[in-house]
Design a protein around this ligand. Structure first.
Ligand code: 5AD
Ligand code: SF4
Length: 524
């Protein structure tokens, strides 16, 4: 016989007592805590027993004078959720956090918005293109919701933060808007939307960072992210991030280590620490403080972890002390993502980046001295307001001198409210496109040349899983290059010595060498 599920918000301290009472009352029902913070419980009972359960709960609560609240969700009991993630690794992490929270609340993931009772779009707004992508997806899902009015539709992330309530006018199907700093409140927000049938906006920026979320990931993840801090204090002239993610705030080392231990216990072998500017990670005071190097030391000591990475670093804050760690910490991979943004000092000054091209190149030199295999990747933009052709030539010159392993390059995009959006001498779209094509051509030649140079080399590769086509396995070198290879699946999660057969533009082709040398953790 199908059981019936009832959901109640109760007094938090009564949860155990209620569980005991209901479960021992002739097996009246099974009690599950959906959300400990907002004290939501679910009682699974037999049809016909609903009233008795309600009376029992009301009786217990009445003793405390607290009214019992039954949560008659407009989200059906099967509660499938779908999260679409756009933007950077921060957003990927935030979506995982949301997913974990939703699973704790009794939701289950589904693989398409058409099948979901709750759809959340986790958006980006770093460039205009990201806005357009998010609006177009929101329009499409709004269309799906027209045919399924019981669906709950929410928008999260940086665009949601920027647009706030304005979104409801343009997209009347939208039920809630939640910014990156408010994700911890998703439970209460969903209550309001579902139970009180209100539209809700949660876009405060003064919240502390997300804390202790159990990483109950549905599957084992060989590589995982941990956000160590949120926000940014830099206010580079072009950038919207400080306005949508707030000021910098670090998480406690205890919280981070606990999350890392949970991931490792669940099979994770490589952790990437995330922050807009990880170099300024800082926690505590005086003797009890912990900076980024100290955090890396702690994580490097975790048993079961094979590799450690971090992103993103800011050239103005990258210290010699941190550079030295690359040579000292055995788990820290020789890869750094160090955005340079522009090659001309005049442009860097107007971008408010706080360093010169000479300083940037001296960092590259130090990094390569610290770890000769160091993979260096970067971000750069073309067509910042006032960027002349000569300035652009300096960007090309820097790219040529540094020889990056790969480069993310973008056309400058005006972001409302930033300093640069008010600057004069904007570069035309056509010219930006021309510069981007020239830059990307140059970098492609460099990337391919560097990848070809790895042919016949023997490199340790952490096997992560199947490649995109599902035909082979894939893994990464310490320097973060993708390697495709034919390899028994039992080596997923192990570091294997691989001989590089071919170097392509976006990946390497490898052949596993000596399995006996692979670093433990294989599932044999
Ligand atoms: N226009 C173009 N690119 C931008 N980025 C950040 N803001 C803008 C903008 N307004 C790029 C920078 C940054 C990367 C994440 O996105 O290169 O490092
Ligand atoms: Fe990430 Fe910036 Fe996009 Fe936000 S706006 S998702 S921080 S890239």
């Amino acid at each position: 016989m199908e059981s019936v599920r009832l959901t109640f918000r109760v007094n938090r301290k009564d949860i155990s007592y209620l569980r005991y009472t209901i479960e021992s009352y002739d097996g009246m029902g099974i009690v599950k805590t959906l959300d400990p913070k907002s004290a939501l419980i679910e009682v699974k009972t037999a049809p016909g027993c609903e009233e008795t359960v309600r009376q029992l709960i009301t009786a217990v609560q009445r003793e405390d004078g607290i009214p019992v609240e039954e949560f008659r969700s407009r989200i059906p009991l099967s509660r499938g959720f779908y999260i679409a993630t756009m933007g950077c690794q921060m957003n990927e992490y935030d979506s995982e956090y949301l997913g974990s929270k939703l699973r704790e609340m009794g939701f289950t993931p589904v693989d398409a918005p058409e099948k979901a009772d709750l759809v959340i779009l986790n958006t980006c707004t770093v460039r205009e293109k990201a806005d357009q992508k998010a609006f177009s997806l929101l329009g499409r899902v709004s269309g799906i919701k027209l045919g399924r009015p019981e669906m709950v539709l929410g928008m999260a992330g940086c665009l949601a933060q920027r647009e706030g309530e304005r979104l409801f006018k343009r997209f009347p199907q939208l039920d809630f808007v939640i910014g990156p700093r408010e994700l911890g409140n998703i439970g209460t927000l969903l209550d309001d939307v579902s139970y009180h049938r209100q539209k809700r906006t949660a876009t405060r920026l003064d919240h502390p960072p997300l804390t202790s979320c159990s990483r109950n990931l549905p599957n084992e993840k060989i590589t995982a992210y941990i956000s160590i801090m949120q926000g940014c204090n830099n206010f580079c002239a072009y950038c919207i991030v400080p306005y949508v993610r707030g000021r910098e705030i670090s998480r406690s080392p205890e919280d981070i280590l606990e999350e890392a231990r949970q991931l490792i216990a669940n099979g994770t072998k490589e952790i990437t620490l995330l922050g807009q500017n990880v170099n300024s990670y800082f926690w505590g005071e005086g003797d009890n403080s912990c900076d980024f190097s100290c955090l890396l030391n702690e994580l490097n000591g975790l048993k079961g972890l094979l590799r450690l990475r971090f992103t993103t670093s800011h050239p103005k804050d990258l210290s010699d002390d941190l550079i030295r760690r690359f040579g000292e910490l055995d788990k820290l991979c020789p890869h750094i993502h160090l955005p340079f943004q522009a090659g001309a000092n005049e442009v860097l000054r107007r971008m408010k980046r706080g360093y010169t091209r000479e300083h940037y190149m001296s960092l590259v030199e130090k990094l390569r001295d610290a770890a000769p295999e160091m993979g260096i990747t970067s971000d750069v933009m073309v067509g910042f307001p006032g960027e002349s052709r000569k300035h652009f030539e300096e960007t090309l010159d820097l790219v040529d001198r540094v020889q990056f392993d790969s480069l993310f390059s973008f056309k400058y995009s005006d972001r409302e409210g930033t300093l640069a959006s008010h600057m004069e001498n904007k570069v035309g779209e056509e010219e930006k496109a021309r510069r981007l094509a020239v830059l990307q051509d140059l970098q492609n030649t460099i990337t391919l040349k560097k990848n070809r140079r790895l042919e016949k080399r023997e490199l340790p590769v952490l096997i992560e899983g199947h490649n995109k086509k599902g035909t082979q396995l894939m893994g990464r070198t310490g320097s973060n290059k993708i390697v495709n290879l034919a390899c028994p699946i039992r080596y997923i999660g192990s570091i294997v010595n691989v001989s590089i057969q071919r170097g392509y533009l976006h990946s390497l082709l490898g052949k596993p060498l000596d399995f006996s040398a692979s670093i433990n953790n294989s599932r044999e």
